[in-house]
Design a binder for this molecule. Structure first.
Ligand code: KG4
Ligand code: ZN
Length: 333
């Protein structure tokens, strides 16, 4: 019955979770609103706010789980990838907690954890499955052969899908993070109102920088002709952009599933909270006879529950790391 305390601090969410014997008992997420005014995450500010939030988040996670710190058997933490200053806060806290309690440390790769969030729910994908991981910093198609045996078969050559959402929202004058606002506006818009190009990239890789430029020029030209263009057509623009990003992602995912003969297909990462993407994937799954796995909303964006479940499976394998561990801004699988 291992009790694991998990810490996530890779970007702008400070999160702590408690997992006992593979069951998530708490998942506390402290969001940072300070970045809204800057149109993106300011790394220096993010690490300072993590510093303020980390102890209260852990205390709340232990309280919600009704688990004493004395009963924790191991500490799992995000080692990378992420912002170095943000990671340092979580890594340092995890090390100090483990040192004080004489318990082992478990390092977790943030991108693997997004995928392993599917093992929190009762209905779990079977290995091997394919996962489309779409976040603010990454866009990957991953062949998941086992818990920690994952192969990236496609990824973005430039911007991530979340970045494309966030940059579009910035062009539209919406605050950061823009993804959820594009989602909200898109629900009342026509996804076929405007056509944006689909990049022609070979294999399973992606590119979103050309799309971003075409959106920028489209808005610039239309605003030149009608200064109220954005306000008058906000919902249709958001719906059309959202649909194009979703179809770019899903067309590649479909080809990957076909080529690898995979029928269990999963979605992970912050952009998996997107309503249009979730609905289109469900439809594609029905058309292709796939079993589709979409995380609960609280496990889409950054959270420590996914770190806890990944840590639990490493605990079972006895995979621990020493006190000399340091965070990694880039961390391959
Ligand atoms: O996984 P995540 O929380 O952090 C990273 O590891 O990057 O992903 C954050 C990204 C942001 O780009 C945010 O705009 C996007 O996920 N996002 C969404 C939605 N919720 C979050 N994008 C579209 N629709 C949403 N509902
Ligand atoms: Zn993430």
């Amino acid at each position: 019955m291992p009790a694991i305390l998990a810490i996530e601090s890779s970007c702008d969410e400070t999160s702590a979770a408690v997992c006992v014997d593979g069951a998530i008992l708490s998942n506390v997420i402290a969001n940072q609103t300070i970045h809204e005014a800057y149109g993106g995450v300011v790394p220096e500010l993010a690490s300072r706010v993590h510093q303020q939030n980390i102890v209260p988040a852990v205390q709340q996670a232990l309280f919600n789980a009704k688990v004493s710190k004395n009963d924790i058997d191991a500490v799992a933490f995000t080692r990378g990838p992420g912002l170095l200053g943000s990671l340092l806060v979580g890594v340092s806290f995890a090390k100090a907690f483990a040192l004080a309690r004489h318990i082992p440390l478990i390092e977790v790769n943030h991108m693997q954890a997004h995928i392993l969030a599917h093992f929190i729910a009762k209905k779990k994908p079977a290995f091997p499955f394919i996962c489309l991981t779409v976040s603010g910093g990454h866009t990957q198609i991953v062949l998941v052969k086992d818990y920690f045996d994952m192969e990236i078969i496609g990824q973005t050559l430039d911007d991530a899908a979340g970045e494309a959402m966030d940059k579009t929202s910035k062009i539209l004058g919406l605050p950061y993070p823009g993804g959820p606002l594009i989602d909200k506006n898109a629900r009342n818009g026509n996804p076929d109102a405007y056509q944006f190009p689909e990049p022609q990239i070979p294999g399973f890789d992606f590119s979103f920088s050309g799309l971003k430029t075409s959106i920028l020029y489209f808005i610039r030209d239309n605003v030149a002709a009608n200064p109220n263009f954005i306000q008058e057509h906000m919902n249709d623009i958001c719906a059309s952009v959202e649909k194009r990003i979703a179809t770019i992602l899903l067309n590649k995912l479909k080809r990957a599933a076909q080529q690898y003969g995979i029928k269990h297909v999963a979605l992970a990462g912050g952009v998996s909270a997107n309503t249009g993407l979730r609905n289109l994937l469900q439809q594609m799954g029905e058309q292709n006879g796939w079993e589709v796995f979409i995380p609960k909303f609280e496990y889409c964006t950054d959270n420590a529950a996914m770190i806890a479940i990944a840590g639990y499976h490493k605990y079972l394998k006895g995979e621990f790391i020493g006190q000399d561990v340091a965070p990694l801004a880039r961390m391959p699988f």
